[in-house]
Design a protein around this ligand. Structure first.
Ligand SMILES: Nc1ncnc2c1ncn2[C@@H]1O[C@H](COP(=O)(O)OP(=O)(O)OP(=O)(O)O)[C@@H](O)[C@H]1O
Length: 382
C-alpha cells in the first residue's frame, strides 16, 4: 500500500485507490460483479447496517461467499472511512483480523469486499438475534476473548507503523464457522508514527467503550483500545451491555455495575447467568482481573496488549508493576472481606461508599463526559 494517508487523515483519497499493490491477495471487483453477487444489493441479502452504509451477503461466480459493504453516501467522511479502511487492511494480515478480499471504487460508488463470516457479529450472540440460543459456551467465550486480544496485540505491537483501531466493540468482532473471532471495521483506525506516544484527535468511536482521556480530551493512544477491550471483556464475561438503561431511564455503565461485585470478589454474580454455572472459575477470576486493569481511568496504569494476552493465557505477570496492579485488584477484595467479615448476603451492590473507598478503576467518572454528537439510534460518534 502507498502512504498517501497519514495518521491525521486529511489527505486525498484517490491516490489510495491507485496505490494498491499488485501482489496483494485481494483484487479489484467491478460494480457489475458485486451487483450480481448480491442479487442487486437486495433487502434479502442485507446482513446489517452501520454508520457509513449497509453490508450485503453475496456469492461470486467462483463460489466464494462474501460480505460487501456499500458506502451509502459519497461525502468526505464516507470517503475517508473507505480510504482508511482500504489503507489499513492492506497493511494487516493476522488470523484474528478481518482482511480485505477486495474493493470497488467507481466514480460514484465505494464498496469494500470481505470474506463472509457465517456466525456474524459477537453482538448478535450477546445481545441480538442469537442471544437466546446461547451458542457462546465458556470455551467459545475464552477463545473469542484471547483471539480478539491477539488481533489487537498484532495491531499495536507487530505492524509498522502501529495501528490504533479506535472502535473496538462487540459489533466489530465477527465470528467464523468455528467461532474464531476476527476484529473488523478499520474505518476509524489511526496509524501511529514511530516514537509518538499519543496524539490528540477528534473523538470517534462508540459510547460505552471510550476511554475517559479520549472521550474528554481526544487524547488517543494504544491504551484507548486497551480500555475498550476491557469493556468488551466485561461484556463477554457478564453478558451485560456497556451501557444499560434502568427503569426510569437512568443509564448505568457496565463498570459502575461491575465494580462493587469485583471488589467483593463476587465472581459468580458477575458471570453471565446464561452459562448456568458452566465456567472455569480460575479463568473467570483472571479474566475479570484483567478487565479491571484495562478499564482503569488512568491510561498509564492500564496494561499493554502483550501483557493482556499473557495474563489471559494464565501467565503470572513477570514485571513488578503489573504484579502490583494485579495485586491491587485483589487487595480491594481483601479489604472488603476484612471490612465485612464473611457477610456474603450483603447484596447492597450500589453502596457508593464502597466504590469510593476501594475503587479498583479509580474515580468512577467513566463516560460521564458531556454527550458528544450521536448518530441515529446507535452510539457511534463520527
Ligand atoms: N464479513 C462479514 N460477515 C458477516 N457479517 C458481516 C460482515 N461484515 C459485517 N457484517 C454484518 O453487518 C453489520 C453491519 O456492519 P458495519 O461494520 O457496517 O456496522 P456496525 O459495526 O454494525 O456499526 P458501526 O457503523 O457502528 O460500526 C454487522 O453488525 C455484521 O452483523
Amino acid at each position: 500500500m502507498g502512504s498517501s494517508l497519514s495518521c491525521c487523515g486529511t489527505e486525498k483519497v484517490d491516490e489510495v485507490v491507485t496505490l494498491v499493490g499488485v501482489n496483494s491477495p485481494w483484487r479489484i471487483f467491478s460494480y457489475k460483479e458485486l451487483y450480481t453477487a448480491t442479487n442487486g444489493f437486495s433487502e434479502e441479502n442485507k446482513l446489517g447496517e452501520g454508520g457509513f452504509g449497509s453490508v450485503y451477503w453475496g456469492k461470486t461466480t467462483d463460489g466464494l461467499q462474501i460480505a460487501v459493504k456499500k458506502l451509502k453516501a459519497m461525502n468526505s467522511k464516507a470517503e475517508m472511512e473507505f480510504a482508511v479502511e482500504v489503507e489499513v487492511l492492506g497493511r494487516v494480515r493476522h488470523k484474528n483480523l478481518l482482511g480485505l478480499r477486495g474493493y470497488c471504487a467507481g466514480t460514484d460508488q465505494r464498496l469494500i469486499v470481505y470474506d463472509y463470516m457465517p456466525n456474524l457479529s459477537l453482538l448478535s450472540h450477546l445481545h441480538g438475534q442469537f442471544s437466546s440460543q446461547v451458542q457462546l459456551d465458556w470455551r467459545r467465550r475464552m477463545k473469542i476473548i484471547i483471539g480478539s486480544a491477539e488481533g489487537l496485540l498484532y495491531l499495536h505491537h507487530e505492524v509498522t507503523p502501529h495501528i490504533i483501531h479506535r472502535d473496538i466493540k462487540a459489533s466489530n468482532v465477527l465470528l467464523d464457522s468455528e467461532f474464531e473471532p476476527l476484529v473488523a471495521d478499520f474505518g476509524f483506525a489511526k496509524l501511529i508514527p514511530e516514537g509518538v506516544s499519543h496524539m490528540t484527535t477528534r473523538v470517534k468511536g462508540t459510547l460505552g467503550y471510550l476511554a475517559p482521556e479520549y472521550a474528554m480530551w481526544g487524547k488517543v493512544s494504544e491504551s484507548c483500545d486497551v480500555y475498550s477491550f476491557g469493556i468488551l471483556l466485561l461484556e463477554i464475561l457478564t453478558g451485560k451491555k456497556p451501557i444499560e438503561k434502568l427503569p426510569g431511564g437512568v443509564k448505568r455503565t457496565i463498570t459502575e455495575w461491575a465494580e462493587p461485585l469485583i471488589i467483593k470478589g463476587r465472581f459468580k454474580d458477575l458471570v453471565d447467568s446464561r452459562l448456568r454455572g458452566n465456567f472455569d472459575e480460575n479463568q473467570l477470576r483472571q479474566a475479570i482481573n484483567v478487565a479491571a486493569l484495562c478499564v482503569q481511568n488512568e491510561a498509564e496504569k492500564r496494561p499493554n496488549m502483550k501483557e493482556v494476552v499473557s495474563l489471559l493465557k494464565g501467565y503470572q505477570p513477570k514485571d513488578k508493576v503489573t504484579q502490583m496492579r494485579m495485586e491491587s485488584v485483589k487487595y480491594g477484595e481483601e479489604l472488603l472481606a476484612l471490612d465485612q467479615g464473611s457477610d456474603d448476603d450483603d447484596d447492597d451492590d450500589n453502596d457508593p461508599d464502597e466504590s469510593k473507598g476501594y475503587g479498583v478503576f479509580g474515580a468512577m467518572e467513566v463516560q460521564k463526559m458531556p454527550e458528544p454528537r450521536i448518530r441515529r439510534g446507535d452510539r457511534r460518534i463520527m
